[in-house]
Every structure is written in structure tokens, then in C-alpha cells.
Design a protein around this ligand. Structure first.
Ligand code: GLC
Length: 565
């Protein structure tokens, strides 16, 4: 069958809608040679583990040559492999090993910026009139000596860095070692398309496109107001030529291959997302939106941590479920290499770690969209709280710390506590493979500390335990394969304002499934028959090992999936 009919429309079956994607952050996945840094041979050692989990696609965070100012998101050669990770031959072996197991490979495409060590940038700064002179965004200071504009960098400070060689400033939305490419220049676009074809012709199955909705900047790069430093995102998020650029990329590259695409899009709205992902517009298949990552952030943004509530989370997720119900497609994630661990953020990383990790997994696999699992999530890995700032490695956290503590004289303990809760290194501690030293990640000294809870939380132990988070994820993934309702069924939210229960239905043809989660450390009243009426309900899956005898309540962090028709 190539289509499914639901109440709205006949939906075309697509591999990428039915797939479950697993993200690997290579630096922290598995080290094979004892240098303390994860590598490609390390991933190859774990291919059977991934196969056993049942995932269909690997999204590999960048493995290209890089000076690692931002762990590979600063690329100095797009067509070669980072020395610490291995060689092109290792990469080819990885691709073959994945394909032998029926798993696809999606590479990270980082083309908003390169490294300042990329030959394009070196040429650009040394030779303004040459071939690469216009590859980056160069500006003079204003006549009064002030910076070209007042935009703030994602990694603290302003977005401008002066080049002595060229006598001009270049724009960097991220670190000063990540100069933004000038997408207005058709030569830049062609160079990117050529590089994409290089990888596609080597057999990759898709791209995850890094901050791809930031590549088009408003002409003139205007300042936002008159403050010395301010958010400039209105001048580059979903910028004026973004759809034109993506359609060009689609026409020149994407449409010529059978492949997957997902665009990472900070600040994207539902309206724009529809445009990016509507099939007939020929841009991308799906996007990562960030709105649900802001339910626990206040006015001050990412580091302004406030409590979140379940109705708020439901409201955001609902908006996206409904917004892309008929046009476009959602990607579903609750953590990745840039976010804290989901079980620490949206679940409970103490007593209820196991049920809450399973509950969040159930949510991700039963909403409408393509689920993305981040390495270690399938083990219920948690945030780490390092005691001192020098144990942290992430440039975003370290720059923020220096700015607040050194320059603005903030209380160091308070800033450290923000990093412990919100920092990206929470996701970057090594994958916990077993209970031996360094969690079996490396025989050497790991580049970042291992979470001390590895003796309790590790893959070896979970593979031996039928009730582990790993074994439960396996069931969730298998369920999506068995039941098209989870991919194609219509979604409807129930009880939007309920403070503890998150409940919705999925409907395909004659079948309805009811999914209910108790986001609470307390038992919560739940009367199934008030939803199913006299219809016969069958329990498809629940996240507690034994059946709940008391049908009037859900236990703490209990999730249940019922089918009825
Ligand atoms: C994306 C990546 C993040 C990186 C940034 C700059 O948000 O996911 O890790 O720091 O882009 O490339």
C-alpha cells in the first residue's frame, strides 16, 4: 500500500516518516584507540548494538576536519575526516557496515559558517580581490570606529571580529572561529552544492542541516536599536532569501537523490515551517523547531531558567502537531547534543528515572512525526553536575561564564549552577557502555568527565535486563514498524489543561489509540472507560513491568497505550 487514508487526506507513505533516527555525537560515543576521544572505529564496534535497538537511520554529528573550537561544527575541510576520528577509509567502512545492516546514514551539513582555518577563509582574508574575497561577510567599522552592527553572538559577545590581514571585520553568529559564509554569493552556493554531491555520490542517505534557517541575512545588516549589544535574530532567522536558497539547493542537489533532509531551525515559526516542509514547495522534508526547548526559559533566554508546567509543554507540542498536520512534517526530539538530558529536564532523574525515561520515550514515539533519539537516551542517561568550571569543555558555557563572572562580576556559584542545569556538556559526557573504568568508553583519559552514575546506568546492564529503558525503547521502535497508526494516524489532544496527565488519541481508518502519560511523582486519577465508552480497549504497551491492578489510577510517570475500535 502506498497511501493511507485518514480523515483529512490520503497520505503518501514515505520511509523518512516511518523511520526512527538515532543521533551519534562521535566525540562522546566510543573511543577505539585510547586517546580519550570517540572515533569512527568506535562507532563500528557498536553497529550491532544499534541494529539491536532497531533504529533505521543514524544522524552523525560532524566528522569532518576541524580545529574543534565547537567540536566539529567548525569545519576546515568539508571533504576529509578529522584526524582524531579516523580516516576516509574508516568512514567508508562505517557506511558499508550501516548499509549491510539496513541502516541509513545522515551526515551533518554545516554551511552557515566554516572554520576560520578553512582555506576559503584564509584566502578571503588575505586576498580580498581574489576568487574567495566575497565568500564571507566582511564589513568596515563605521566612521566613528564603532562595529558594523550591534548583534549579539550565540556564544556571547558581539558577532564581529577584526582581521588584521584584511583590515576589515567579519561576521560570526557563533564563535569567532566560525565565520559566516556569504550565501548572497552564487559561487558560495555552488561550492556548497558541489560538496553535498561529493558525499551523496559516496553513498550518504541524507543531511541534517545545521542552523540552516540562518543563512540569509537582511541586506545592510541593520542594528537592532541603539544598545551596544542586542539580539539581531530578526535580521537573520528565516531571512529574506532563505526559501529561494533552499529551493535552489533542492533543484540542484536534493531532488536528484533518494535522500532524507532535516533542517535545524532556531526561532522558526509554524507558518515558516509549513513553507519549509510542504511537499509541493520542494524545499526540505522536515525541520527541528525549538519552541518546546523554551518552556523552561524566561525572558532572558536560554540561561534564564524558570520552572515549566505540563499544560505549557502540551500547548507548544500541540501547536506544532496541529500546525503541520496536513502540510509538512514534524521531527520529534526532547534532547540532542545541544540540550540537557531529557530525563533530568522533563522527567525525574532520581527515584523515577526509569519510568520517566520510558514515559518520555513513549511520548516521542507516539506523537505524529519522526522520532530522533540522542545517544544514551535509550539508557536513560542523566545530566551531570561537575563541581568546577574547568571540568566543562563547551565553548558556549565557557564564554558565558567568562562574560558573566569575569566581566559582569556575577556570583560564580550561581553561574556554575546554571551550566550544571542547562549546559550542553550534560549531553556530551561519554556514553555509558559498562561498569568498568570510564564506563567502557575509553582505555585512556576521556576528553570530558564520565558521569559518575555509570556504575548503575550502563548499556551492558540494560541489555541483560528485560525491563530496562533500552529494552523498552526497542519495543517502542518495533511498535512503530508494526502499526502504521503511529506514523500516519490523525492526532487529537485531550485534557489540554490537566496539570499531570498528557493524553491524546491517534486515529487511522477504524482504529483509535489512546495514549496517556502521568507526568507526576504522585498517582493520578484516570478512568479509561470515560474515554472509550463501551468500546473494548486493549492495552498495547505500558512502561511498568507489571500490569496495574488498580485501574482507577496511573502510577508515577506511568504511560499507557490503549487501542480500541
Ligand atoms: C547548531 C549545532 C551546535 C553548534 C551550532 C553552530 O546549533 O547543533 O552544536 O554549536 O549549530 O554550528
Amino acid at each position: 500500500m502506498n497511501t493511507y487514508s485518514n480523515s483529512e487526506a490520503s497520505v503518501k507513505r514515505e520511509f523518512w516518516k516511518e523511520a526512527v533516527v538515532y543521533q551519534i555525537y562521535p566525540r562522546s560515543f566510543k573511543d577505539s584507540d585510547g586517546d580519550g576521544v570517540g572515533d569512527i572505529q568506535g562507532i563500528i564496534e557498536k553497529l550491532d548494538y544499534l541494529k539491536e535497538l532497531g533504529v533505521d537511520v543514524i544522524w552523525l554529528s560532524p566528522v569532518y576536519k576541524s580545529p574543534n573550537d565547537d567540536n566539529g561544527y567548525d569545519i576546515s575541510d568539508y571533504e576529509d575526516i578529522m584526524d582524531e576520528f579516523g580516516t576516509m577509509h574508516d568512514w567508508e567502512q562505517l557506511l558499508a557496515g550501516l548499509h549491510e545492516r539496513g541502516i541509513k546514514l545522515m551526515m551533518d551539513l554545516v554551511v552557515n559558517h566554516t572554520s576560520d582555518e578553512h582555506p576559503w577563509f584564509i584566502e578571503s582574508k588575505n586576498n580580498p580581490d581574489g576568487e574567495y574575497g566575497d565568500y564571507y561577510i566582511w564589513r568596515d567599522a563605521h566612521s566613528d570606529g564603532s562595529l558594523p552592527n550591534n548583534w549579539e553572538s550565540f556564544f556571547s559577545g558581539n558577532v564581529w571580529e577584526y582581521s588584521e590581514e584584511r583590515g576589515q571585520y567579519y561576521l560570526h553568529l557563533f564563535s569567532k572561529k566560525q565565520p559566516d559564509l556569504n550565501w548572497e554569493n552564487p559561487k558560495v552556493r555552488q561550492a556548497v552544492y558541489k560538496m553535498m554531491k561529493f558525499w551523496l555520490d559516496k553513498g550518504v542517505d541524507g543531511f541534517r542541516m545545521d542552523v540552516i534557517n540562518l543563512i540569509s541575512k537582511v541586506e545592510g545588516l541593520p542594528s537592532n536599536g541603539t544598545e551596544e549589544i542586542a539580539d539581531g535574530s530578526m535580521y537573520y532567522v528565516d531571512g529574506p532569501r532563505i526559501h529561494e536558497f533552499l529551493r535552489e539547493m533542492n533543484e540542484e542537489v536534493l531532488s536528484n537523490y533518494d535522500m532524507m533532509t532535516v533542517g535545524e531551525m532556531p526561532g522558526v515559526t509554524v507558518e515558516e515551517a509549513k513553507k519549509y516542509t510542504a511537499e509541493e514547495r520542494k524545499e526540505l522534508q522536515m525541520i527541528f523547531q525549538f519552541e518546546h526547548m523554551r518552556v523552561d526559559a524566561g525572558e532572558g533566554g536560554k540561561w534564564d531558567i524558570v520552572p515549566w508546567t505540563l499544560p505549557q509543554l502540551k500547548e507548544v507540542m500541540h501547536k506544532w502537531q496541529i500546525g503541520l498536520a496536513d502540510k509538512g512534517w514534524n521531527s520529534l526530539y526532547l534532547n540532542n547534543h545541544d540540550q540537557p538530558r531529557m530525563v533530568s529536564r522533563f522527567g525525574h532523574d532520581g527515584e523515577y528515572r526509569i519510568p520517566s525515561a520510558k514515559l518520555l520515550g513513549t511520548l516521542l514515539h507516539t506523537l505524529k512525526g519522526t522520532p530522533y533519539i540522542y545517544q544514551g537516551e535509550e539508557l536513560g542517561m542523566t545530566n551531570v553536575a561537575f563541581d568546577t568550571i574547568d571540568q566543562y569543555k563547551d565553548i558556549e558555557s565557557l564564554n558565558m561564564y567568562v562574560e558573566r563572572v569575569t566581566e559582569k562580576k556575577a556570583d560564580p556559584d550561581q553561574v556554575l549552577s546554571m551550566i550544571q542545569r542547562r549546559g550542553r556538556d550534560n549531553a556530551r559526557t561519554p556514553v555509558q557502555w559498562d561498569a568498568t573504568e570510564n564506563a567502557g568508553f575509553t582505555n585512556g583519559t576521556p576528553w570530558i568527565g564520565v558521569n559518575p552514575n555509570y556504575t548503575q546506568i550502563n548499556a551492558e546492564q540494560q541489555l541483560d535486563d528485560a525491563d530496562s529503558v533500552f529494552r523498552y525503547y526497542q519495543k517502542l521502535i518495533a511498535l512503530r514498524k508494526q502499526y502504521p497508526i503511529l506514523t500516519y494516524g490523525d492526532y487529537e489532544l485531550l485534557l489540554p489543561d490537566h496539570e499531570q496527565l498528557y493524553m491524546y488519541t491517534r486515529t487511522l481508518g477504524e482504529d483509535t489509540w489512546l495514549i496517556v502519560h502521568n507526568f507526576s511523582t504522585e498517582p493520578t486519577d484516570f478512568d479509561l472507560s470515560s474515554y472509550t465508552g463501551d468500546q473494548q480497549a486493549t492495552l498495547i504497551l505500558s512502561n511498568y513491568p507489571e500490569e496495574n491492578a488498580d485501574l482507577a489510577h496511573l502510577r508515577p510517570y506511568e504511560s499507557k497505550i490503549y487501542a480500541y475500535n
